[in-house]
Design a protein around this ligand. Structure first.
Ligand code: ZN
Length: 546
């Protein structure tokens, strides 16, 4: 029981834009004033900014790929400056790929209370859930990789779309996932033969008729038919490649009005013919995106400095390795997907990196509806999630942002439009791109707002003209009604929940999958679906989204 008294509340989902009011909390939820039991503790929030807890729509915090990255970059284990006030004590906290504990503390310490792990192969879903258990405080959802699943692709080739829908539904529940992800549709399947899928309308390697366009359209339709709370989550083809903006816009056309979320849009908005002519095409991508109201996206912004690129997009990672000569790891996940890892450093002197840095910010500024584009760095691909406040600072302060642009090489400045953009985000818009918008896109109706009945995930920031500082150090963070951060210190560790879905599915589909599975997988079928007992504090969210 808690009263947050006299804070200036920003709750855009309920139309509250900087209003001084009290919030009342009981049994982990926001309640009406009349329902707050007597004797509740009061937090004096006068002179502070009160927002719903942050919701990360796209991040990588658990599972096989991340562990592979941890193994590939052991030097990261020595990086701990963020935690220990700048002193490197070799605490083994994980650096760019933080440990499970550090992940929860860092998100909560920044005022973010829900995270969506955006890439889970079914084969490693059990492991992913084990790690998610281990991440304290925050609530979680997961997306299961489906854009290169051979069972699904074979059914599309055979024209059996109804059965494909049942297979997708069965696989989502087998993984105890929340939604469907498609990474480089068809391209990761082709990568098993060392190929990629660079055009949307040509059949992919190993198939006579199945094209990336067909996979995208079919999965979007299946997810809509199954009424999953979150639309198909798309990592478009040709990630990272000069000229890829055309593929991104064509992907929007292929969706034909179906709902979709376009992941890390920054990596998909480049012009030019090659690396030496690469330029920003954020204006054209933003214009096409804005016209397609069925879509949401996250920025996938890049920050200069260290990163680790981790993606199911195996062919892209191989290309990045060839371009950079850095360490490279590749995993093949049987009939489902792939995975590649390349540690990376974004440099402001590097033309390509400078364009990437600008494009993420440009998209956030050019898409004028904040309800449709959200703050992410595709952690740890474009930068680490705990650096989000640096991006907020640049969005809120045009002059500060332009100062950064002016330090870039002239050659880079000619290829971007960031210097021409004067927009400055308001606090309400920040609350939308960090919480209200992603919660709505994820279909998590009790997240991202502070109305009666919402989960009591509330962040209280001290007023500070330095927005980078402000959003790094909340004074209080309340998660599910418990005060986890108090006076800027992590005081209390709670356990988050995991949201999953159980889409409608013809039970007989198991008779179709079992023999196929026993023929082609190395694991036994009985061990494949993740048992409900593996999940701690699961909550099944209804599939009723229209
Ligand atoms: Zn990602």
């Amino acid at each position: 029981m808690l009263r947050i008294a006299g804070g200036t509340v920003y709750d855009p989902a309920n139309g509250i834009d900087g209003v001084v009011t009290d919030l009342c909390i009981a049994d982990g939820r926001l309640v009406a004033e009349a329902d707050l039991p007597a004797g509740a503790r009061t937090i004096d929030a006068s002179g502070t900014i009160v927002m719903p807890g942050g919701v990360d729509v796209h991040t990588h915090v658990a599972g096989g790929a991340l562990n592979f990255a941890r193994g590939l970059v052991p030097e990261n284990q020595r990086v701990s400056r963020k935690f220990l006030h700048g002193v490197d004590r070799r605490a083994g906290l994980g650096g760019m790929t933080p440990t499970t504990f550090a992940t929860g503390y860092l998100y909560a310490g920044m005022g973010w209370t829900t995270v969506n792990e955006a890439a889970v192969p079914i084969l490693s879903a059990r492991h992913t859930h084990e790690e998610l258990h281990d991440i304290p405080i925050v609530d979680k959802t997961t997306l299961v990789l489906m854009g290169n699943n051979e069972f699904v692709l074979d059914l599309l080739e055979a024209g059996e779309t109804e059965r494909a829908k049942d297979v997708v539904a069965w696989l989502v529940w087998a993984a105890k996932a929340y939604g469907v992800k498609a990474v480089n549709p068809g391209g990761v399947e082709a990568w098993k033969w060392g190929k990629n899928a660079n055009t949307l309308h040509a059949p992919i390697e190993g198939y006579k008729t199945v094209t990336p366009a067909q996979i995208i359209a079919s999965l979007a339709a299946v997810v809509d038919d199954l009424k999953l709370p979150h639309p198909v989550h798309l990592h478009c083809n040709n990630l990272g490649v000069p000229g890829n903006f055309a593929t991104t816009i064509e992907t929007m056309n292929v969706l034909q009005g179906h709902r979709a979320h376009l992941a890390h849009l920054q990596f998909h908005a480049y012009g030019g013919d090659d690396w030496s002519t690469m330029r920003s095409e954020s204006a054209r991508v933003a214009e096409a995106f804005s016209a397609n109201k069925n879509l949401t996206a996250d920025a996938g912004a890049v920050l200069f400095g260290d990163a680790v690129t981790i993606t199911a997009d195996g062919p892209w990672q191989h290309l990045l390795y060839q371009l950079t000569g850095r360490k490279w790891g590749n995993l093949d996940v049987e009939n489902e997907t792939g995975c590649g890892i390349v540690p990376y450093v974004y440099k402001d002197r590097n033309l390509v990196n400078a364009v990437q840095w600008a494009v993420g910010l440009e998209l956030l500024l050019l898409v004028d509806d904040p309800w449709r584009i959200f703050l992410t760095t595709d952690h740890p691909n474009g930068g680490c999630f705990w650096r989000y406040p640096e991006i907020i600072q640049m969005l809120m302060n045009a002059e500060f942002r332009k100062e950064q642009v002016r330090t870039l090489p002239d050659k880079a400045r000619q290829r971007i439009v960031l210097e021409d953009l004067d927009r400055e985000y308001t606090l309400t818009e920040v609350a939308i791109i960090t919480s209200a918008g992603p919660a709505r896109s994820l279909g998590l109706t009790r997240k991202g707002h502070l109305g009666v009945g919402a989960d009591a995930d509330v962040t209280i920031y001290p007023v500070n003209p330095d927005h980078g500082f402000l959003f790094s150090y909340p004074r209080y963070v309340i998660k599910g009604g418990a005060i986890v951060v108090e006076e800027g210190d992590l005081r209390h560790v709670t356990e988050g929940r995991e949201f999953i879905v159980r889409p409608a599915c013809d039970d007989a589909i198991e008779d179709y999958i079992r023999p196929l599975f026993e023929k082609v997988y190395t694991m036994s079928f009985a061990n494949y679906p993740v048992e409900m007992e593996r999940l701690r504090r699961p909550e099944v969210i209804p599939c009723d989204r229209r």
